[in-house]
Design a binder for this molecule. Structure first.
Ligand code: DX5
Ligand code: ZN
Length: 216
């Protein structure tokens, strides 16, 4: 399985000082930064869009892992590419033609990720494994940080890992010390965590221990 990438979710940070929060996470050893984009339609919450990403990239040079919890994900590809997003991860539930959308994301110069909600079967994305750069298996219902990890999603990770040994597989939602091992064992290598990283007493140690658990 590919090496660990730890991607703290800025949703748990202070949006009033977002660039500083991003830099703080990088200084603690974050590999990627997970940006939760919510449109108030696909999920019942609103966060940030391309204008904020575009301001951020003027202040930092980090890999921005953009989790697009939006309806009509086709609509924002060019704006996010221009803003400097690194990876554009859309939800399979939000599109009619995932394959064409992946092509559009690649043509715009970004990596393409495909996310599945907890109740969405993994069969919906199985055939995209050689085309997408990453699959995000949600471990909470998207919309809010601080929810409970759903261990029942792990068989989906396992099934995907069995078929695609080299694919980046991301888990997102409720990841913490008590379940990182289950996620890693199932085959996840990209770890998103908001609450457990931002609330940690020792952020660097928490990131490092997630990394070690995945890599060993
Ligand atoms: C939820 C978001 C997550 C969330 C994770 O819709 O996709 O990225 O911020 O936060 P925690 O780790 O607190 O569950
Ligand atoms: Zn997310």
């Amino acid at each position: 399985m590919p090496i660990a990438k730890i991607s703290p979710s800025l949703l748990s940070g202070d949006f009033g000082i977002l660039a500083a929060e991003c830099k703080r996470m990088v200084s603690h050893g974050a590999d990627w930064l997970h940006m939760d984009v919510m449109d108030g339609h696909f999920v019942p919450n609103i966060t940030i869009g391309a204008p904020v990403i575009s301001c951020l990239t003027k202040h930092l040079d980090a890999f921005l892992d953009c989790h697009m919890m939006v309806s009509n994900p086709e609509k924002w590809v060019d704006d996010f590419a221009k803003a400097g997003a690194s990876l554009y991860c859309f939800h399979i539930e939000a599109t009619q033609d995932a394959s064409a959308l992946i092509d559009k994301i690649h043509a715009a110069g970004m990596k393409a990720g495909v996310a599945v909600k907890p109740k969405t079967p993994i069969s919906t994305v199985m055939d995209l494994g050689n085309k997408m750069d990453m699959c995000l298996v949600m471990t909470v219902e998207p919309g809010f940080g601080g929810q409970r990890f759903m261990a029942e999603c792990m068989p989906k990770v396992k099934e995907l890992r069995a078929r695609y040994p080299d694919l980046d597989i991301e888990v997102d939602g409720g990841i913490a010390a008590e379940n990182i091992e289950a996620a890693a064992k199932a085959g996840a290598n990209v770890i998103v965590a908001g609450t457990s990283i931002f609330k940690a007493e020792d952020i660097s140690a928490t990131i490092e221990s997630f990394r070690t658990t995945v890599n060993t």
